[in-house]
Design a protein around this ligand. Structure first.
Ligand code: FES
Length: 259
């Protein structure tokens, strides 16, 4: 009998990017795209802080997370083997919403932001377009998986090593130009500067959408205020703080505060 949070598989996708698959039937029952799990990584329990990871996929009782090794915690996670058990809290946070019928979902990812939007391919009945921007070819992730789900995939890299040479927002602008009469709903996830550029572009073109604003988190459940982000407000000074962990991480484009 498997334990909740038990690792079923933990494999390298490419470079520093990994995919871990946990046994997590309860989380999988209700998880939706854009939500996250808060993971206490070590099975020995000597790492007190949890780390938030976007839910990449849920298949039957298995929860999948795609992550990049960026520090001590994620390195430790990459070294865990099937049979090790992590403590999982989730699904947490606000999820992406479904587009209206007849509207094409456009998923816009920066780097491994690609992991946060994938579940939409399962959740949303209409097929859409997946736009990914990354530093170079080695950071372009999950395009095959989106293609398998019959999404049209377009790639941009900063150095031109794959797809368009430039930013993912160039792909968005190009799409809007190509299909001016189409109704789109945009879903964005990626680094903050990319999201801000995306928000500006979409607003200037009167498009609708939601952005997942990733932020450093501590408690993950709304108690510590470590994760506050600015959101628009009607009262002066025109913005207020919201907690990314419980009020987000997904925010409507209309409420995103663009610096
Ligand atoms: Fe503690 Fe959001 S992480 S309030």
């Amino acid at each position: 009998m498997m334990k909740n949070g038990e690792i079923i598989e933990n494999q390298r996708l490419k470079g520093d990017y990994f995919k871990v698959r946990f046994y997590a039937p309860q989380i999988c029952e209700t998880a939706r795209a854009g939500q996250f799990v808060h993971v206490r990584i070590t099975p020995r329990g000597d790492r007190i802080l949890r780390r938030p990871f976007s839910i990449y996929n849920c298949e039957n009782d298995a929860l999948e997370v795609v992550y990049k090794v960026v520090g001590g915690g994620t390195k430790e996670l990459s070294e865990l083997s099937p049979g090790n058990v992590c403590n999982l809290l989730g699904p947490l946070g606000v999820s992406f919403s479904d587009p209206l019928p007849g509207v094409i979902p456009v998923l816009v990812a920066g780097g491994y932001g690609a992991a946060a939007t994938y579940l939409l391919t399962k959740q949303v009945s209409q097929r859409g377009i997946f736009l990914i921007g990354a530093r170079s070819k080695s950071d372009v992730l999950l395009t095959d998986e989106y293609q398998k789900e019959k999404y049209e995939v377009r790639v941009a890299t900063d150095d031109g090593s794959e797809g368009h040479c430039g930013f993912v927002t160039d792909l968005v602008a190009q799409l809007l130009k190509e299909k001016p009469d189409e109704k789109f709903f945009f879903y964005g996830c990626g680094p903050h500067p990319m999201l801000m550029a995306l928000a500006k572009l979409l607003r200037a073109n009167r498009q609708k959408g939601e952005l997942s604003i990733d932020h450093l988190m501590c408690c993950g459940i709304g108690a510590c205020f470590a994760c506050v982000v600015k959101v628009k407000a009607d009262t002066l000074p025109g913005w207020t703080f919201a907690r990314a962990c419980v009020d987000g991480p997904v925010f409507n484009l209309d409420s995103v505060y663009v610096e």
